[in-house]
Design a protein around this ligand. Structure first.
Ligand code: CTP
Length: 401
């Protein structure tokens, strides 16, 4: 079990760190809470001592004989700062060390995860952007704040991600995943698009979005800035990820192309509908009563993956496609995958065998990763998060810029 330092800086979201602390202790980890002085205005030391079962101090001049400011950082397996204020981001980026938490951040040699929470204006300020970029370059996993209700009546980006999601991200980091996507921007599409015939009916597909969400979660844990383009997915947002919601293939195309302009990698895990009704009927289509069903004329949707490949100017971004295949008289699953890889021109194709309802909605997945360079790697059946990491392992080697 790991030794975790839970840093708490002073924001209204400080109380949410208590839930994270419980998640850590209930799963057997030892937690030492190191609050900043201002966070104690929001949650007092007594709460942290009771929940962690450990003494709590925030200054370097308490228990000086124990040299706590060095020892706590040195003996930690993971430091998680929840919430991280704009002030703490600035101090950490500059290497200031004027209390126990900031000295701990300088002495720690283990992974560090920060979950910022602040008002949208503060998060978007050039100074904060620069501090986050500096910290990410140094390998700190700075999660993207969530979008939602902020302290007052306002809402926007800056909300602390759900503690359960921060917990999941922290466990990923603790599992020793490399932070090799630090400083990178990746785009992941997930889910299945819907093409409406009228206000209530649509053409859709069975994609749950789980594999795309696992890819986004894995990339965030490896330090990337992640844009997740989600088509009709009913899963909680992964921590530290920018989520853009879309409905149709055309919406998805816009969102993916816009986010990909300066991205390092794009993974198209979504299942966009290939066809849409030629026209959208503004009011609900009624039965005629004579037993004759309406004719629905379909037109083809743009192929987003192929467009991504066509419009990039160099090998950047790395483009990854997915192929759900079934073997048939014309070829095996792999043969169909190889043909699709060539047709689409992407760098990597993740081939799933979907015969007999495998993969859809399941927590497990298995795949073969086909590279445009001829490489073939089989990923055995396992949790979707493992396949996600196997895909990033392959993608990261193709980012030679
Ligand atoms: N894809 C896309 N835009 C579409 C359809 C698919 O970007 N309109 C992407 C998917 O996200 C996936 C890959 O293309 O990464 C493979 O999709 P698939 O539908 O299997 O490929 P198709 O070329 O449509 O082949 P098939 O005829 O086998 O359906």
């Amino acid at each position: 079990m790991a030794e975790i330092v839970l840093g708490v800086s002073g924001g209204i979201a400080s109380y949410k760190a208590a839930e994270l602390l419980r998640l850590f202790t209930e799963s057997g980890h030892g937690v030492r809470v190191v609050p900043t002085a201002s966070s104690l205005h929001f949650v007092g030391a007594a709460t942290w001592e009771a929940l962690s079962g450990r003494p709590v101090q925030h200054e370097v001049f308490e228990h000086v004989d124990e040299v706590a400011h060095v020892r706590i950082g040195q003996s930690a397996d993971l430091v998680v700062v929840v919430p991280t204020t704009a002030n703490l981001l600035a101090k950490a980026a500059q290497g200031l060390a004027d209390d126990l938490l900031t000295t701990t951040l300088l002495t720690a040699r283990c992974p560090v995860v920060m979950a910022p929470a602040m008002h949208t204006e503060m998060w978007e300020h050039a100074a904060t952007r620069a501090n986050v970029a500096t910290l990410r370059e140094r390998g700190v996993v700075v999660l993207e704040p969530a979008v939602g209700r902020l302290t007052g009546k306002d809402s926007g980006k800056g909300r602390l991600p759900d503690p359960g999601q921060i917990f999941a991200a922290a466990l990923e980091v603790l599992a020793g995943r490399p932070t090799d996507l630090s400083g990178r921007h990746v785009v992941v599409s997930a889910g299945g698009t819907r093409e409406y015939l009228d206000p209530v009916r649509y053409l859709g597909n069975r994609s749950s979005g789980r594999q795309g969400y696992a890819l986004a979660e894995a990339a965030a844990a490896r330090g990337a800035r992640v844009t997740l383009v989600a088509a009709n997915v009913e899963l909680p947002d992964p921590a530290g990820v920018d989520v853009v919601r879309v409905v149709s293939t055309e919406d998805l195309r816009h969102a993916v192309l816009a986010a990909s302009a300066h991205a390092d990698a794009v993974v198209m895990a979504a299942a966009p509908a290939d066809f849409r009704p030629a026209e959208f009927v503004e009011s609900k289509i009624k039965k005629t009563g004579d037993g004759v069903a309406p004719d629905v004329k379909l037109v083809e949707n743009p192929d987003v993956l192929a467009e991504l490949v066509r419009t990039r100017t160099s090998k950047r971004p790395v483009v990854v496609g997915f192929a759900a295949e079934t073997g048939d008289a014309n070829g095996t699953v792999i043969e169909h995958g190889r043909a699709k890889l060539e047709r689409k021109g992407c760098d990597l194709l993740v081939v799933n065998d979907v015969s007999a309802g495998k993969v859809f909605g399941s927590e497990q997945n298995e795949a073969v990763l086909l590279g445009a360079d001829g490489s073939v790697a089989e990923v055995p059946v396992g949790p979707k998060i493992d396949l996600a990491h196997a895909i990033w392992d392959t993608v990261v080697h193709r980012m030679d810029w």
